[in-house]
Design a protein around this ligand. Structure first.
Ligand SMILES: Nc1ncnc2c1ncn2[C@@H]1O[C@H](COP(=O)(O)OP(=O)(O)OP(=O)(O)O)[C@@H](O)[C@H]1O
Length: 258
């Protein structure tokens, strides 16, 4: 397979790898491969790095088969073989569980279950890193969702160490825009696979994306949102809340006695 990418794209992924120390000698990295465009692109670019980086690391793929679309796993085995990479297919019955679930949107439970299945396989097989295909649009979406739905300034991190499991989650595509990935995967003549999930396109993420489409399409506004995700010296946020009892006492003291 021809693994050639535009220099500007490779540079953005290498920038994330270098800035956040995502790949080191001796790493054993599994790419969480859904078959969608982002994780497929991630697998291709990490294969390129695996061939050409000075860092010596093992690269494999892992796919959790939720049981929606029986042909996906076989197609991913062919892709991995073309790239000369090992792939582990983890069979699950997530689809039955979701179909029986009464919740309106079981996506977060499904993602949690999927991650759990991958981590348990990684631990048994001595992997130290799990790579996800999240990109810059995902990070901004997460940031906005966190503000609107939980009142917190939080976003996706380029790496996150799960100390209990001794596995590091890495996100090498964190500086790439989603449309750039989509265009590139088309150039590689690879067709991303459909998940078959009934909730595809109807997740919290996709809803927030629809609402904020015009901000995502405007390069200047989008880059300001990205800039607002950085930790900075000159943040002007309200100070932390003070103890409620202390505050109530303080308020009482403003009144003249009697
Ligand atoms: N079934 C799966 N098996 C293994 N990894 C998965 C699976 N589903 C998702 N992932 C991993 O989790 C990441 C985020 O999942 P999400 O469902 O948000 O995918 P996405 O943004 O649509 O990306 P993709 O285009 O790769 O499907 C994916 O990029 C991929 O690395």
């Amino acid at each position: 397979m021809d693994l050639s990418f535009d220099n500007s794209i490779t540079a953005k992924v290498v920038k994330a790898v270098a800035e956040f120390d995502l790949i080191n000698d001796g790493d054993k990295i599994a790419v969480g491969l859904s078959g969608g465009k982002d994780s497929t692109f991630l697998l291709l670019i990490l294969k390129l790095f695996n061939l050409h980086f000075k860092k010596d690391f093992i690269l494999e793929a892992v796919h959790v088969d939720p049981g929606f679309n029986s042909s996906t796993a076989n197609k991913l085995k062919i892709l991995a073989a073309d790239l000369d990479l090992k792939i582990k297919i983890i069979d699950t019955n997530i689809s039955d569980y979701i179909e029986d679930d009464e919740e309106e949107n079981p996506c977060s439970k499904c993602a949690h279950f999927r991650k759990g299945a991958m981590i348990s396989y990684l631990k048994k097989n001595n992997f130290n890193k799990l790579a996800f295909g999240h990109h810059l649009d995902d990070a901004v979406e997460t940031y906005l969702m966190s503000i609107f739905y939980s009142g917190q300034l939080k976003t996706l991190q380029a790496k996150r160490y799960l100390s209990k499991n001794k596995i590091e989650i890495i996100r090498p595509l964190i500086y790439l825009r989603e449309n750039v990935i989509a265009e590139n995967i088309a150039d590689q003549e690879i067709s991303p696979l459909k998940s078959g999930c009934p909730y595809d396109g109807n997740t919290g993420r996709s809803r927030i994306r629809k609402e904020f489409e015009k901000y995502f399409e405007d390069d200047l506004l989008f880059s300001n949102l990205v800039s607002a995700m950085r930790d900075k010296e000159n943040r002007e946020l309200w100070p932390k809340k003070i103890n409620n009892e202390f505050l109530t006492e303080k308020m009482k003291n403003y009144w003249k006695k009697g």
